[in-house]
Design a protein around this ligand. Structure first.
Ligand code: MG
Ligand code: ZN
Length: 218
């Protein structure tokens, strides 16, 4: 290469560098990782539990639970006999790649096909932190209302898939789901959309089928 051509290297931030190391490590262990982002109460843990139960004997699942405080969610996961690591951020409103690196040290990666990372309940800043995941998933629930794509467009833009949860509540809450789908697709045309109720089981089959395609068993 001639000497006078400047080479511009992308300088990765410290978080992105660690995220890249996490991603390589996960790939080496054939672990497909999904970073789940949602507001508090959207149903992140319930959806993870639905996957654990629906894929038992089909995919080996692990979970990293991020919470500001407490371990109530990871206790529920552990009761299912699933490897789980709790990260308490002590007030921090998102997970970062270095926390995930520490958590990965504590998981039997060679015995996991699908790793869920339950991010801290927050629709804003988790989006800005790559953790080393392959897939990003958002969950919004019917009770949160149908204005989220207007108020928080960046999360819809940055995820690969969206689960609209608690659809059993649609008859009781003003929520224009047709318009909601249209808005979400106007922000991210290629987004995968799922409409799920873990109470009635509606939409669970499609959700589980998608998880299987992400993590083909080798
Ligand atoms: Mg939870
Ligand atoms: Zn934050």
């Amino acid at each position: 290469m001639p000497k006078d051509i400047p080479v511009i290297e992308q300088i990765l931030s410290a978080n992105d560098q660690i995220a890249e190391q996490n991603r390589e490590r996960l790939a080496k262990n054939r672990v497909h990782t999904i970073n789940i982002m949602a507001a508090p109460g959207a149903g992140k843990t319930s959806l993870i539990l639905s996957a654990i139960r629906g894929l038992r004997g089909i995919r080996r699942i692990g979970v990293i639970e991020g919470d500001v405080a407490s371990d109530v969610d990871s206790v529920k996961i552990r009761q299912e006999g699933i490897p789980v690591v709790q990260i308490n951020t002590g007030g921090g409103c998102h997970l970062d790649a270095s926390q995930i690196r520490v958590a990965l040290d504590q998981l039997p990666l060679n015995e996991i096909d699908l790793l869920f990372i339950e991010n801290v309940g927050n629709l804003i800043c988790p989006v800005g932190f790559d953790l080393g995941e392959q897939t990003r998933l958002a969950i919004t629930s019917i009770p949160e209302g149908d204005d989220k794509p207007y108020k928080y467009p960046s999360i819809f833009h940055e995820v690969d898939a969206l689960v609209i949860s608690k659809i059993d509540l649609l008859p009781y809450i003003p929520f224009n789901i047709v318009e909601y789908r249209r808005l979400v697709r106007s922000i991210k045309p290629e987004i995968q959309l799922f409409e799920v109720s873990v109470v009635t089981g509606d939409g669970l089959a499609e959700w589980l089928e998608w998880l299987k395609t992400l993590s083909p068993r080798t």
